[in-house]
Structures are given as structure tokens and as C-alpha cells.
Design a binder for this molecule. Structure first.
Ligand code: GLN
Length: 214
């Protein structure tokens, strides 16, 4: 009676379509989430980039903030990118905005200044293998400090932290859904959500092709 796992993509604002497309390409079912009832039965959730203040206010208005916090406390795997990372962080330097505040991170919003609002960079992300990860940053935050349980996964050349994981929470300061490199989404599905064989068609194929990211 096994149903194929469904990954939710929070679809209140921001780059949710691109995440959904990338996840579908990896063979999982995707559900856009706008209402509390749509949180039911998810194997994992992506919180996309966009504007964290807007997404936060909409989380409150749609009565998603409290149930989502509870699900995260109960172990729901979440992948937060850019604004999604800001929403997951416990500390954003005292700014007043609604947050999920579930991950031991100190994050600074719009960390790259006005001159460099958007840029691309090659990152070292050892859990994805040797090949650098091309990453798109758009008015991006940066991780300024991490708590004890947080594993740093990716850095810019200057050492600034732009990807991290704490248990079932995975975050990036950049937009992995805007390139065609799907290794981080695969990492999320395999290592964070823990999808096994038979639950993922395209992922299984990727193993067979020898392109396994780990
Ligand atoms: N600057 C945005 C914020 O502070 C994040 C930008 C993004 O998600 N691309 O919420």
C-alpha cells in the first residue's frame, strides 16, 4: 500500500515553481502548500527564496506558522533556500519579522551589499563530491554563526558559510533551484528525507549512472 512520498513546496511567494520542477525531475510527487491542511502527510518540505518578510507575514496570515513549527519540532525534514534559510534561523540580528526560528543559526539578511546584490559563484560543498557547485545568489543572506549541532556544508572562497545542516534541516543562502545542477535536491531527498530504493525512480537511475553525489 506504499504511496510514493510527497514533498511539499511552500508556495506563498518566491521561487517555488522552480523547486517543484527540480523535485519532479528527481521522481518525487510534489504538492504546493498554501493551507494548513496541505501540510498533512508530507515526507519533507521546501521553503523557497523570495522575500522573507513577505513569506513570514503570509505564514501568519494563512495560519501556517504554528503548525509548521510543530511539524519541524516533530522531525519534518525541511530544505530552506535564501529567504527560506532566514525563516528557519533562530537569530537574524534582532530584526522584527515572523520567523519559524527552529535552527541554531545566526544569519544576516542582504549580506552582500548593494553593489553585489546578485552574483554567481563556485562553491566547495564536500558532501556533494569534488565538483564545485555553481550557485546563484540573489540579495542573499549569509550565515554568521552556527550552533553546536550544525554541520557546515558549503563555503564561498573567502570562507563565508552559505550552506548548512542541522539534523533534518538543510539550508542554503543561494538558489539551487535556478541552475540545472540538482545535487543539493538529491542530497535533501536521500540524506535528509531519507528516501530509500523504490521510493524514487529518477534517483535510482542516478545511482545506476554512477553520478551519485556522495
Ligand atoms: N533578501 C531576501 C530576504 O531578506 C532574500 C532574498 C532571496 O530569497 N533571494 O528575505
Amino acid at each position: 500500500m506504499a504511496e510514493s512520498p510527497t514533498i511539499g513546496v511552500l508556495a506563498l511567494q518566491g521561487a517555488f515553481v522552480e523547486h517543484a520542477t527540480m523535485l519532479r525531475g528527481l521522481g518525487v510527487d510534489v504538492r504546493e502548500v498554501r493551507l494548513p491542511a496541505q501540510l498533512r502527510g508530507l515526507a519533507g518540505l521546501v521553503i523557497p527564496g523570495g522575500e522573507s518578510t513577505t513569506i513570514g507575514k503570509l505564514l501568519v496570515a494563512y495560519e501556517l506558522l504554528a503548525p509548521l513549527r510543530e511539524l519541524i519540532a516533530a522531525g519534518l525534514p525541511v530544505f530552506g533556500t535564501c529567504a527560506g534559510m532566514i525563516l528557519l534561523a533562530k537569530d537574524i540580528g534582532g530584526l522584527e519579522q515572523p520567523l519559524l526560528a527552529t535552527m541554531d543559526l545566526r544569519v544576516r539578511r542582504n549580506a552582500f551589499g548593494r553593489q553585489l546584490q546578485s552574483f554567481e559563484a563556485d562553491l566547495r560543498v564536500p558532501v556533494l563530491g569534488e565538483r564545485p557547485l555553481r550557485a546563484v545568489f540573489i540579495r542573499a543572506p549569509v550565515v554568521e554563526a552556527v550552533g553546536l549541532g550544525v554541520e557546515v556544508l558549503g563555503w564561498l572562497d573567502d570562507g563565508r558559510i552559505v550552506a548548512a545542516r542541522q539534523g533534518r534541516l538543510l539550508v542554503t543562502a543561494f538558489h539551487p533551484e535556478l541552475t540545472d545542477d540538482d545535487r543539493l535536491h538529491r542530497y535533501f531527498l536521500e540524506q535528509v528525507v531519507g528516501l530509500g530504493h523504490g521510493e524514487k525512480r529518477a534517483l535510482t537511475h542516478a545511482f545506476a549512472s554512477g553520478d551519485r553525489p556522495l
